[in-house]
Design a protein around this ligand. Structure first.
Ligand code: SF4
Length: 208
């Protein structure tokens, strides 16, 4: 996406894909939702499931009206805006337009870019490589920390200390080590019951 388009203030966004599915992670697991996936991410997690999204230039700047019309054409009551990192872009126009159509709007973000848009639910998934901006924590309804090794639990606690009191806390095993690390997470959550465990249920359901 060119600077010009970013300066258009979010009238167009680099759309990677949009699809109706069942949410697979975190608090809303199991609920149907329409996903809008935007291109571009500069965080670079080694285990990223969506590496194909990283370069936003590969995806056409798509007018908001087109994205919204496609979303409202399906039965979904909830929209998940994900990426890549959606907060690379100003999201006011997209979220306001979806809201006007009566849809609930959820965000999946690493919090590493300035917050924009109106959301009913924000899932903050902080990444150590590119930590959330300090302002991001207050927006989180749900903190979902991917755990690859034991030391990630310290990072999870560091982030948990910054979110609001009502924010739900989830530890999610990184998929490639999920089997090995699960016993550790189970014991950790039992000892620290403010934490719940999130598993990537969509992978078991074989859906996107
Ligand atoms: S922040 Fe998300 S999209 Fe970006 S590299 Fe990490 S997992 Fe992938």
């Amino acid at each position: 996406m060119s600077n010009h388009e970013v300066l258009e203030g979010g009238h167009k966004l680099p759309l990677v894909e949009d699809f109706y599915t069942i949410q697979g992670e975190g608090f809303h697991t199991g609920k149907p939702a329409y996903f809008i996936r935007l291109g571009g991410c500069d965080v670079g997690c080694a285990w990223c499931d969506a590496k194909y999204t990283w370069n936003p230039r590969m995806y056409p700047p798509t007018p908001i009206e087109e994205i919204v019309e496609r979303a409202v054409a399906c039965a979904a009551q909830s929209i998940v805006i994900t990426g890549g990192e959606p907060l690379l872009y100003p999201l006011e126009i997209l979220t306001k337009s979806l809201k006007e159509r009566g849809l609930a709007i959820f965000l999946e973000t690493s919090g590493s870019h300035p917050f924009s848009g109106i959301f009913d639910w924000v899932c903050l998934s902080p990444k150590r490589k590119s930590a959330p901006l300090e302002g991001a924590y207050a927006h989180a309804d749900e903190l979902k920390v991917v755990i690859q090794s034991e030391e990630d639990l310290l990072w999870a606690e560091e982030c948990a200390a910054k979110v609001g009191e009502k924010c739900l806390l989830f530890l999610q095993p990184e998929w490639s080590v999920a089997e090995e690390i699960m016993p550790l997470l189970v014991e950790y959550a039992k000892r620290n019951p403010q934490w719940s465990i999130s598993i990537q249920a969509h992978k078991y359901m074989r859906i996107p």
